[in-house]
Design a protein around this ligand. Sequence first.
Ligand SMILES: [Zn+2]
Length: 73
Amino acid sequence: MRPVMDSYEASAFVSFDHACPRCGAETSMRFMSPCATCMAALRDLMEREASVVDAEYSPKMNVTPNAVASKDD
Ligand SMILES: [Zn+2]
């Protein structure tokens, strides 16, 4: 039987001061990540509304029939 892994200790991850990798501002977080201001800015930048694409999908046939498999005897 595989040993069950103990749940991690959340308290082991304490906030530490580091410079935001994007803007360089001093921030304190549990993991290396952009500061809250940059996170909001990135979210604004990356988020897009779902759009309806007006195109019909027609798969391209790349496979050619196997000459041996389709051979009539
Ligand atoms: Zn930042």
